[in-house]
Design a protein. Structure first.
Length: 371
């Protein structure tokens, strides 16, 4: 039996490669003679680059850029040949910002634009960017700043390119802008389809989890909308522009980037279709499987790309009550690894044990079928 194990990470608990290894360990107890192919995946959120790196054997490198608080920091990226990938969360990920400093209107994303220019200088022609899990809500102006754009207030004073400055911008200078060469393709790996503004936009959907007070949602959303009406009104209609607190919008407007499906691009890069063609079973997983998973998240993306007739089983941290009845989207069964009622922090600590036990139980059922 050939079993392909292609999970996403379990957020705040296990990276995708560790999830895959743990599931294999559990299954192998009951199915020692099976062939296991580990293909950890990501859909554009945190851990996507690591998943692709592990599957393709990419080389990890760093570059010096402006950090979230204006200091210089080393930012990681991976590359092979003329292809490079990085995650915005490696610079301004929510997990990297101390709770007392979480203010999405003051976080700087200038380093993202600087890294893009660095990669172009290194000869990169294909640049893939994961934009999930950010701590910023600047509408993408930090990206523009990193590419050389300068923003000024009504008195002619230059503004720091953060979300807070959106309320004061009256003039923009392109004098120091470094243009992106036409032969460079920049693709945004997105796992959401939210627009930049409006009730389902970046601010209203993700602002609270980044530390933005809900009483500020309207004024921040309006400031971002007013900015883009002046500089790139087409972005306001672009599906997915709200990803990363508007970082996707900035990349599209100022760097000529395009938004692509995070999971489908990941599967293309790791040659998933060829590797799954002769599989007997596919295992997927993520921290929580819910209705949002149906709109572009990793488990459903993998299931949709699995050939008809090959069963797909999900092993997840938890299962939401809003899931449709099984089977759906090629998924024939779904299991939660939770073994007992306990605080979330405790479950996260024991995730490896719970995950391996669940995989072992599934292996026992599969072994019965074989016998």
């Amino acid at each position: 039996m050939k079993i392909v194990i292609a999970p996403d990470s379990f957020k705040e608990s296990l990276p995708a490669n560790k999830v895959a290894e743990t599931i294999k360990g559990g299954l192998k107890r009951s199915l020692p003679d099976s062939e296991f192919l580990l293909l950890p995946v990501g859909d554009g959120g945190e851990g996507t680059v690591d998943a692709i790196k592990n599957s393709l054997g990419l080389v990890e490198k760093t570059a010096l850029v402006t950090g979230p608080f204006g200091d210089e920091v080393q930012m990681t990226y991976v590359q092979r040949g003329e292809l490079a990938l990085f995650e915005v969360a490696d610079l301004v990920g929510l997990a990297k910002i101390p709770i007392e400093k979480r203010n999405p209107l003051k976080i700087q994303t200038k380093g993202i634009g600087q890294l893009i220019l660095h990669l172009i200088e290194q000869g990169m022609k294909e640049i893939y960017i994961g934009v999930g899990g950010t701590s910023s809500n600047d509408g993408g102006i930090g990206i523009a700043s990193g590419l050389g754009y300068q923003f000024y207030d009504k008195n002619g004073d230059e503004l720091l390119a953060t979300g807070q400055s959106l309320f004061e911008i009256t003039d923009i200078s392109k004098e120091k802008v470094i243009s992106i060469p036409s032969d460079v393709q920049i693709k945004i790996l997105a796992d959401v389809t939210n627009s930049l503004c409006g009730p389902h936009g970046a601010t209203y959907t993700f602002g609270k989890q980044k530390g933005l007070d809900p009483t500020q949602f309207h004024e921040v959303d309006s400031a971002i909308e007013n900015f883009y009406r002046k500089v790139a009104p087409e972005i306001l209609k672009l599906e997915g522009a709200g990803a990363g607190g508007g970082i996707a919008a900035g990349l599209c407007a100022f760097a000529g980037a395009t938004i692509v499906s995070g999971i489908n691009t990941c599967l293309d890069l790791i040659c998933f279709d060829q590797k799954v063609a002769d599989a007997d079973l596919v295992i997927v997983g993520e921290g929580r499987l819910d209705s949002q998973s149906l709109s572009g998240k990793a488990p459903i993306g993998v299931a949709k790309r699995t050939p008809n007739g090959v069963p797909v089983i999900a092993i997840c941290g938890s299962l939401s009550e809003d899931l449709p009845p099984l089977p759906f989207e090629n998924l024939v069964a779904a299991f939660s690894i939770l073994e007992k009622s306990e605080p979330l922090e405790e479950s996260l600590k024991k995730a490896t044990v719970y995950l391996e036990n669940t995989a072992a139980n599934i292996g026992q059922i599969l072994a019965l079928k074989k016998n």
